[in-house]
Design a protein around this ligand. Structure first.
Ligand SMILES: *[C@@H]1O[C@H](CO)[C@@H](O)[C@H](O)[C@H]1NC(C)=O
Ligand SMILES: *[C@@H]1O[C@H](CO)[C@@H](O)[C@H](O)[C@H]1NC(C)=O
Ligand SMILES: *[C@@H]1O[C@H](CO)[C@@H](O)[C@H](O)[C@H]1NC(C)=O
Ligand SMILES: *[C@@H]1O[C@H](CO)[C@@H](O)[C@H](O)[C@H]1NC(C)=O
Ligand SMILES: *[C@@H]1O[C@H](CO)[C@@H](O)[C@H](O)[C@H]1NC(C)=O
Ligand SMILES: *[C@@H]1O[C@H](CO)[C@@H](O)[C@H](O)[C@H]1NC(C)=O
Length: 927
């Protein structure tokens, strides 16, 4: 080993000193490779098999040897993630033929001694490394029989070495993607064996000399993205074998040389991004092998000759950014294989887009059509639907007028549609919802009108929507919240009104995307919505409904008829709204029974009496006004439904929304809950069905639902008002008096009965907590806020559960979002916690100084220690009946059991509680 290291040093010294021969008993190849490896970093240990003690390297990774001489001929280390310099060790491999080190991280200059290997080498591939510096000028002097050289994708600078011309056997030369500069070496055209020449993406300059036709085997030539100037080499057409020619993105000028017409086998011709002038030559049709022709971004003018139609193999045609005139539709329609056609940014004119689309409809492969920024006029014809394979259609910046035909819905493959900057009028056809692949819908800068159709909400792939600079009206459809991939949504400069849809995307939309819509409101546009300005309507008692007292919560309550009318309107809001509301009241007092259509904007309130519903909803599609339904009877009048909301009377906030208090005409107060999760609410139909079902749930221990109000963007639930405050307040509020035991027991029993009834009607409460249980004046518990989860689509319950979990401590352990399975047993758990809370007077989770105390754990521990009495509320210590309290606590613990199947049904709970209750002292202890 030591001996080996010694030789290694010797070798390095020797080679540095130019000494070429060493002890012939040593295998030069092993040493050379080990020395080469020693200079590298091999992060993925790709070269572990390179073992210096091996007699021969022929089995090492990346090495191939000659079967005859057993000397190394191939070094193939492509993509090995090696870094470091390409070291001297390689010079010890005199039989190396193929050196392939592409896709590594070699750095530094190209080893100036590397040319010593060249005479034997056939292939040098250093593609895609980080080599820098200049290629030494004499590098290729001893080119030998080198056939393939690639230094592409490095960081090389300086000129192309003049010695290159010595490589007469070279067939592939690739210096692309470096920073080479200067002019081409003279004699480049003496590389007569060359088939592929790629100098693209450098900084080469000067003229391309004539003589390229001396390369008889040239197949592909790319000088793309340099700074070459002057004309195309005029003899380029005389390269008989050439298939791909790319001179794009240079500064070439002049007309296209006529010799190009001889490129009969040329498949791809790109001259884009130069300064070529003149016309598209008439002989273009002779290049019949062309599959791709790119003449874009030049200064080519005139009319495209019809001979272009002879290019029957053509797949990609790009003539954009020139000064072409006329109408090339008819000739192009013969290019039957056309895949993409870009003639944007010319001066093409046609007063008949119909003829374009008619002709293009024959091109069954056409996927991308860009006619933007031309002078096309006329209407978009219904035949647009015939382009069923089209993925991208760009007609922007023309002079198209008329409407968007509903047949656009037949272009079912469309991914991108751009009609920006035309003169289009009319509505967005709702058939557009058939274009279900759309990711980009740009209709900006037209004269489009009408509402934004809810159908757009069906296009769930949409990422970019631009409807700006039109005259769209109405409110934004709630369905927009279905667009979960949206990245950009611009509706600025329209006449839209109302609130933006709810959701993360719309909450963080840049203000510029919604600006200049005078009637849009909400926090993003920094304009509060009208409903926030108004005082509530105060509804006074009506003699006809005297049988309705707050206590009558029996089931026939539901059919009670109440005639509502407005007696007072307290409005502190903007004067304008007061006026409008007065108009509304006036209208209402006329006892309008049938729909009034199109009354004054804000007062568009109509009635559809009949059945149990009292409705006030708007005419037509104006979704700013909604539908009010009172379960309890009919009403003659009610003002603008928005007046139901008033921040000043806010009485609470919860996971589902904000609650307000207002008064009905019969003097009964009602609580109005604004659902904070509007965007998640189901369709109107489903919402109404569910709410009506909840409205049928009537029980003395449940807070009755009196009605609801629906608009796409706002949903209100109207509840009975219970005066005694929440159970939470009664238990935990310092200011409230201590509930005596008898009342606590009643509350527990009442809650149990209420929840049992819910379960019997297949309603899961889902959000039990002491702040959702109300106590009425008689001390009776009324469970509220039940079943709201039913109003949301199942999926969204996950989103919601984040909020619900704020009811910490009540949530059953199995209730994890992923496996959301809301069952009655979750309620039983919550009820169990409520029982413990009522008996102990402690919150389900208490935060102490440096501890979190979970009530059920504490109580369970006390039970195990036989000290259950001690957990009863200290304020009750003097007077509670242990024979009731202890079993109740135990029942609570069973209900709060970790395993759902161990929890009893609420029916059973009620029965157990009734048994526990000692009938004798039922009334005595009552306050
Ligand atoms: C390449 O090498 C440089 C330094 O030698 C190192 O910083 C870099 O991370 C390497 N890159 C890769 C892709 O290995
Ligand atoms: C056509 O050429 C222009 C300019 O060279 C380029 O921007 C555009 O992307 C090309 N079109 C297609 C479809 O490739
Ligand atoms: C394009 O050609 C026209 C004449 O055909 C000339 O006036 C104009 O300057 C040229 N533009 C460029 C950018 O070369
Ligand atoms: C437009 O072109 C279509 C199809 O080529 C033709 O049927 C129609 O008559 C043309 N309309 C006008 C106004 O020229
Ligand atoms: C569209 O414009 C053309 C003129 O380019 C005109 O003849 C036609 O009446 C216009 N159509 C509509 C619907 O405005
Ligand atoms: C927008 O449409 C309304 C009618 O819907 C009209 O009164 C108004 O003038 C239009 N505005 C513009 C800029 O066209």
């Amino acid at each position: 080993m030591l001996c080996f290291k010694f030789f290694l040093c010797l070798l390095l010294l020797a080679s540095a000193a130019g000494v070429h021969s060493l002890d012939p008993t040593l295998n030069d190849d092993v040493l050379g490779l080990i020395v080469f490896k020693a200079g590298l970093s091999d992060p993925h240990s790709k070269l572990v098999s390179w073992n210096e003690d091996d007699p021969t390297p022929c089995n090492w990774v990346g090495i191939q040897c000659s079967p005859v001489t057993s000397r190394v001929t191939h070094l193939l280390l492509d993509g090995f993630s090696l870094s470091g310099h390409i070291g001297h060790g390689l010079l010890r491999l005199p039989f190396l033929r193929i050196l392939s080190l592409s896709r590594n991280n070699f750095t530094g200059e190209i080893n100036p001694d590397l040319p010593r290997l060249l005479p034997g080498l056939r292939v040098v591939d250093l593609t895609d490394n980080h080599l820098s510096g200049e290629i030494p000028d004499g590098f290729f002097q001893q080119c030998g029989s080198l056939r393939f050289v690639s230094f592409a994708r490095n960081d090389l600078t300086g000129r192309i070495p003049a010695s290159l011309t010595a490589c007469s056997t070279l067939s592939t030369l690739d210096f692309s993607f470096n920073r080479l500069s200067g002019e081409l070496p003279t004699g480049l055209w003496s590389l007569t064996g060359i088939k592929s020449l790629d100098l693209s993406d450098n900084s080469l300059e000067g003229e391309i000399p004539e003589g390229i036709s001396s390369l008889p085997d040239l197949r592909t030539v790319s000088f793309r993205k340099n700074s070459f100037s002057g004309q195309l080499p005029p003899d380029i057409g005389s390269c008989p074998a050439v298939k791909e020619v790319d001179f794009s993105e240079n500064s070439l000028s002049g007309p296209l040389p006529e010799t190009l017409r001889k490129l009969k086998s040329c498949v791809s011709l790109s001259l884009a991004g130069n300064s070529f002038t003149g016309q598209v030559p008439h002989w273009i049709g002779e290049l019949t092998s062309l599959e791709s022709l790119d003449l874009s971004a030049n200064n080519i003018s005139g009319i495209v000759p019809t001979s272009i139609g002879r290019l029957s193999q053509l797949k990609h045609l790009n003539l954009s950014m020139n000064q072409l005139l006329g109408d090339l539709a008819e000739s192009i329609s013969s290019c039957r294989n056309l895949f993409s056609l870009d003639v944007s940014r010319n001066q093409l004119a046609s007063s008949n887009l119909s003829s374009w689309l008619f002709n293009l409809a024959a091109l069954h492969n056409l996927e991308a059509l860009n006619l933007s920024s031309n002078a096309l006029s006329g209407e978009i014809p219904p035949s647009i639907g015939a382009l069923a394979s089209l993925l991208v259609l760009d007609l922007s910046s023309n002079m198209l007028n008329g409407t968007i035909p509903s047949e656009i819905g037949a272009a079912v493959s469309l991914v991108k549609l751009n009609l920006n900057n035309n003169l289009l009028t009319g509505n967005i056809p709702s058939d557009i919802n058939n274009c279900s692949s759309l990711t980009s819908l740009i209709l900006s800068k037209n004269k489009l009108t009408g509402p934004i159709p809810a159908a757009i909400g069906d296009l769930t792939s949409l990422e970019f929507i631009d409807l700006s600079f039109n005259n769209f009206t109405g409110t934004l459809p709630k369905e927009l919240t279905n667009l979960s991939h949206l990245l950009s949504f611009n509706i600025s400069h329209n006449n839209l009104q109302g609130e933006l849809p709810v959701g993360v995307f719309f909450n963080s939309i840049p203000p510029s995307s919604v600006a200049h819509n005078p009637s849009l409101c909400g926090s993003v546009v920094k304009r509060s919505c009208p409903s926030n300005h108004l005082k509530p309507i105060v509804l006074n008692p009506d003699s006809a409904s005297s049988d309705s007292s707050p206590e009558s919560s029996s089931s026939h309550h539901y059919h009670r008829k109440v005639v509502l009318s407005i007696s007072a309107l307290i409005a502190i809001g903007a004067a304008a709204f007061i006026t409008l509301s007065v108009i509304a009241i006036t209208l209402l007092n006329i006892h309008v029974r049938s729909s009034i259509s199109r009354t004054a904007a804000a007062a568009a309130v109509a009635f559809s009496g009949g059945g149990e519903d009292f409705s006030c909803y708007s005419s037509g599609s104006d979704s700013n006004y909604g539908k009010l339904v009172m379960f309890s009877g009919k009403a003659d009048s009610l003002a603008g439904c928005h007046d139901l909301l008033n921040k000043d009377f806010e009485i609470g906030r919860g996971g589902f929304g904000v609650a307000y208090k207002t008064m009905l005409q019969d003097g009964r107060s009602v609580v109005i809950k604004k659902l904070a999760v509007s965007s998640l609410v189901k369709s109107q139909h489903e919402f109404e069905r569910e709410v009506k079902k909840l409205g049928k749930v009537k029980h003395r221990n449940l807070v009755a639902m009196e009605g609801y109000y629906w608009t796409p963007s706002l949903q209100l639930l109207i509840h009975e008002c219970v005066s005694g405050g929440s159970l939470y307040k009664n238990l935990h509020d310092e200011a409230s008096r201590c509930l005596p035991w008898r009342q606590r027991f009643n509350v527990i029993l009442g809650m149990a009965r209420g929840i049992a009834l819910l379960h019997s009607m297949d309603v899961v409460h889902y959000n039990l907590k002491s702040s959702n249980v109300l106590i009425d004046e008689g001390g009776e518990a009324k469970v509220g806020d039940f079943g709201l989860a039913r109003l949301l689509p199942t999926l969204d319950r996950c989103i919601l559960s984040g909020k619900v979990q704020s009811a910490l401590g009540y949530v059953a352990p199995e209730f994890a979002c992923r496996t959301v399975k809301i069952t009655e047993k979750c309620d039983v758990y919550g009820f169990g916690i409520l029982v413990l809370e009522v008996v102990t007077g402690k919150r389900p989770v208490e935060y102490m100084e440096d501890d979190v105390v979970v009530l059920s754990d504490v109580v369970r521990r006390e039970l195990e220690d036989g000290r259950l009495e001690e957990c009863v509320d200290v304020r009750l210590r003097a007077e509670f009946p242990a024979d009731e309290a202890i079993p109740v606590v135990k029942l609570g613990l069973i209900c709060a059991s970790q395993v759902p199947s161990n929890r009893p049904d609420m029916e059973e709970v009620v029965k157990i509680l009734e048994l526990i209750q000692s009938p004798a002292d039922g009334q005595e202890l009552m306050e």
